[in-house]
Design a protein around this ligand. Structure first.
Ligand code: HEM
Length: 409
């Protein structure tokens, strides 16, 4: 019997793309570690899984997100882990919160934060880019949006990292920590909901408490489940998107020069990045009946990991898939497919665009500092713990600086 690939091993994590190519070539539908999940690696098959909610259930995620050793996990009951119509009232409400007009109102604040954070980098020769920029930008935006204490953002990130790493089996010392995290986050969100019930503010938590929301009034438990999803989805994805973008620009200075010369190319850069090195590498489903994919028969109830990160590199779908091509026209599958697409995609794109604009107007070079980079061990999102970078500021001319304070990143 051939040994199963472990997609969470350190080597695989450090660079999953050669491993994905091997899977696509030799075993496009195969069981992998951890947990014997069925990994699906070709674009066409990944799209088939995502496009067929009657065969592949999102609720199956619960078996992974809510193992017996953990007990209740709010994330396992939030909308992304439920099968249901795209136009369910709560989904409509969330998508309105990230609608073009809502984002237009938010944009000046995102720009202000990006300016402040990148101004602060000007005083440093080197930095951990994640701690100083890639994390605080989306975390402070999310704090504003939801109505969380800005000074708590590192605490929320630690909690959301824990949620992302929940697996059917974990070492016992991790199990204790993860159980505590669930208790602490739900306790914290319960208190915030209570506070807003007494004193409403201009934020999503207060909005959620209005009794004129479309559809049935959510319970506090449902509010906590949605807030947990927004936190984890918002923090675990935009942070690595920004970090992966900077790694690429450090490796490809000619690309950096091209973007600096024409900032209107930044949205195309972000789109190609979502294909080439996306933060979300896979989505989880369970088969609702016996299903055949690429000639392999999966039993009913099988856990499926549709490898969107591999789909983005599939040679059958993208010519020269391992090259980063700024003007590539085919879009990626990074935000999911029709039946379940990312409701935060417009926000993620905006933060990446504005973050890069702020950085590229202040720095003309980024260089990776040699270090042992370590990656998280999550099934769906892939993220570095730290990214040491040397920064070369733009030489000529004075740079406008902002004196506002946003908390020391
Ligand atoms: C680059 C950043 C992001 C990527 C790559 C991404 C990717 C995804 C993917 C692939 C899904 C579908 C999961 C599935 O099919 O099981 C999803 C769902 C979702 N994402 Fe994102 N996401 C990103 C950023 C965000 C942000 C910033 C937010 C909000 C703060 C967000 C909120 C959501 C929500 C609420 C859902 C569930 C949608 C539903 O149930 O209909 N995401 N995301």
């Amino acid at each position: 019997m051939t040994r199963r690939v472990n997609i969470l091993s350190d080597d695989f994590r450090a660079n999953p793309y050669p491993g994905y190519a091997e899977l696509r070539r030799n075993s496009p539908v195969t069981q992998v570690e951890p947990s014997g999940l069925w990994a699906v690696s070709r674009y066409e098959d990944v799209a088939f899984v995502l496009d067929n909610p009657l065969l592949f259930s999102a609720e199956g995620i619960q078996a992974v997100w809510e193992p017996a050793w953990l007990g209740y996990n709010p994330l396992a009951h939030a909308m992304a882990s439920l099968d249901g119509p795209r136009d369910a009232p709560l989904k409509t409400w969330v998508s309105q919160s990230f609608s073009p007009s809502a984002l237009q109102r938010l944009e000046p604040r995102v720009r202000q934060l990006a300016d402040i954070l990148s101004d602060e980098l000007l005083s440093r020769k080197s930095t951990d880019f994640i701690a100083s920029f890639a994390l605080p930008l989306p975390a402070l935006v999310l704090s504003d949006l939801l109505g969380l204490e800005a000074s708590d953002y590192r605490l929320f990130k630690n909690w959301s990292d824990d949620f992302a790493c929940i697996l059917p089996k974990v070492p016992s010392e991790d199990a204790l920590r993860l159980r505590n995290t669930v208790t602490r986050l739900t306790g914290h969100l319960t208190c915030l909901i209570e506070q807003r019930r007494l004193t409403p503010a201009d934020d999503l938590i207060s909005e959620m408490l209005r009794d004129d929301l479309p559809g049935p009034v959510p319970t506090d438990r449902e509010r906590i489940e949605l807030l947990t999803l927004l936190l984890v989805a918002g923090l675990e994805t935009t942070v690595p998107l920004l970090a992966n973008g900077l790694i690429l620009l450090a490796h490809q200075p000619e690309l950096l020069a091209q973007l600096r010369a024409d900032r209107t190319l930044i949205p195309s850069f972000v789109e190609e990045l979502l294909r080439y090195d996306p933060p979300t590498q896979g989505v989880l489903r369970t088969t609702l009946e016996e299903v055949e994919i690429s000639g392999v028969s999966l039993p009913k109830g099988a856990g499926v990991l549709a490898l969107t990160g591999s789909a983005g590199r599939d040679e059958r779908q993208y010519p020269e898939p391992d090259r980063f091509l700024l003007h590539r026209e085919q879009s990626s599958i990074a935000f999911g497919k029709d039946s379940l697409t990312c409701l935060g995609a417009p926000l993620a794109r905006m933060q990446a665009r504005i973050g890069l604009e702020a950085l590229l107007s202040r720095f003309e070079g980024f260089c990776l500092v040699p270090a042992d980079l370590t990656w998280n061990k999550a099934l769906t999102v892939r993220s570095l713990h730290a990214l040491p970078l040397e920064l070369t500021p733009v030489r000529a001319g004075a740079l406008a600086t902002s004196s506002a304070w946003v908390g020391s990143p």
